[in-house]
Write a protein that binds this ligand. Structure first.
Ligand code: PMP
Length: 460
């Protein structure tokens, strides 16, 4: 492709190092430059419209032009554009937001600490776990178990928790004391004849074996997303979290829920923890906390964890953790307004209406010869393309079938995320029935085109 000199695309290629991008391909293909948005749609430089079926990065819950969030930001900017929360200082947006989050928490929580991103939230979780066990005089109980294909961020500690090879390879990660348990993907890892419940039992048994092998006195915490998002929208098998939590309890291992994607109605309940019966000691959230209009994340801790922080920090006089922008007043004000809108518009009831339409819509593709598995809950879902439906054999990753799909979908005005050969859906929560239909028909058109292309190439 050739680019008009000084166009946005040409300048992007010249100056911008992109996260999560194939850098070599980018040099020739350049970016899709998005210039505006309305509801579930975004527009590019040429005015072409796309349904943003991923809500940006699983996050723009209220769509791309919510005026109330803009107004909330302006109001706070005028009142107090910045203040910090170190050294006994505070401001109203942070106080209000902490109080509000506690009032909607899935279990009783004691305190809330703020960061700017999901990664920072999970780094804070790691540090709180270590701090907690030091306070308990169990400094050896520091290992943290996350899961293969789990996604928890990209900072040094949170990328270590993440169980995906691209986040470790060549970055010299993971750091010490991070372990990865099985990925609970029944379709991929269930054994022949094994029921979903039996698979969940095996996952929990394997976790117990891992804890015993390492020594329970060395294992401090387990962290999990309710539904694994970036790992491929992997919905836990029935009874999974019930069985996992029984193991954690037995060995006094803290349970941390990463609600960065699943929080705020994504799975049909306020929290994914409620959908899957999780009772976390620590909970991290971000993304839809502010509908992503400004960066903000939060970590909630229960009383036991909080008391340990008090005890430990008393020894040295200060809890030595926090960011310049922890609880930034403008971001906090926008988050508060976001939570207010969820309540006023009864977003939960809306997801209760449109979520089943998404699930029914994607289930309709289960019989397509390219689709191996359809999975999801609420307003999150995925369809996995396979080489052989019967044997579940995947395509050779080198063929990049998922990436091919995403490219064709983009041409058809649909932005989705390809995770390997799974195509993920996570539309803004405000999506209407009609928009859902439009999204699914753009998907259907793209699937037919991919199928035709694979056939023409002799691949499927
Ligand atoms: N946890 C989960 C479950 C996520 O999906 C993500 C981001 N996709 C993160 C943590 C990291 O968030 P951020 O990109 O804001 O650092």
């Amino acid at each position: 492709m050739t680019f008009v000199p000084n166009s946005a695309s040409a300048r992007d290629i010249a100056h911008h190092l992109h996260p999560y991008t194939n850098l070599k391909v980018h040099e020739t293909e350049g970016p899709l430059v998005i210039t505006g948005g309305k509801g579930v749609h975004v527009f590019d430089e040429d005015g072409k419209d796309y349904i943003e079926a991923m809500a940006g990065l699983w996050s723009v819950s209220l769509g791309f032009n919510e005026q109330r969030l803009v107004d909330a930001a302006i109001k706070q900017m005028k009142e107090l554009p910045y203040y910090h929360t170190f050294t006994h200082k505070s401001h109203l947006p942070s106080i209000d937001l902490a109080e509000k989050l506690k009032s909607v928490a899935p279990v009783e929580m004691s305190k809330v600490i703020f960061q700017n991103s999901g990664s920072e939230a999970n780094d804070t979780v790691v540090k709180l776990i270590w701090y907690f066990w030091n306070a308990q005089n169990k400094p050896e109980k520091k290992k943290i178990i996350s899961r293969i294909k789990g996604y928890h961020g990209v900072t040094v500690a949170s990328a270590s928790l993440t169980g995906l090879p691209n986040n470790h390879r060549d970055f010299d990660l993971p750091i010490a004391n991070i372990l990865h348990a099985d990925c609970p993907h029944y379709y991929r890892f269930g054994l022949e004849g094994e029921s979903e419940e039996e698979f969940a039992t095996r996952m929990a048994d394997n976790l117990e074996k891992l804890i015993l092998k390492e020594g329970p006195e060395t294992v401090g915490a387990f962290i999990a997303e309710p539904i694994m998002g970036a790992g491929g929208v992997i919905v836990p098998p029935k009874t999974y979290f019930e069985k996992i939590q029984a193991v954690l309890k037995k060995y006094d291992v803290l349970f941390c829920a990463d609600e960065v994607i699943c929080g705020f109605w994504r799975t049909g309940n306020y929290w994914g923890s409620q959908t899957f019966g999780m009772k976390p000691d620590i909970l991290s959230c971000a993304k839809a906390l502010s509908s992503s209009y400004l960066p903000i994340s939060a970590v909630m801790v229960n009383e036991r964890v909080y008391q340990a922080c008090v005890t430990e920090s008393e020894k040295i006089g200060v809890f030595g953790h926090g960011y310049t922008y922890s609880g930034h007043p403008v971001a906090a004000a926008v988050a508060l307004e976001t939570l207010k809108i969820y309540e006023e518009r009864d977003i939960g009831a809306h997801v209760g209406k449109v979520g089943p339409l998404l699930q029914k819509g994607i289930a309709g593709f289960a019989s397509h010869p390219l689709i191996g598995e359809v999975r999801g809950t609420g307003l999150i879902g995925a369809m996995e393309m396979v080489q052989d439906k019967k044997t579940r054999a995947a395509f050779d990753p080198k063929l990049g079938v998922g990436a091919k799909f995403a490219k064709i979908a983009q041409k058809n005005g649909l932005i989705v995320r390809a995770i390997g050969d799974s195509v993920a859906f996570c539309p803004p929560l405000i999506i209407t029935e009609q928009e859902m239909g439009d999204m699914l028909s753009r998907y259907a058109k793209s699937l037919d085109e991919v199928a035709a292309q694979l056939k023409a190439d002799g691949i499927a």
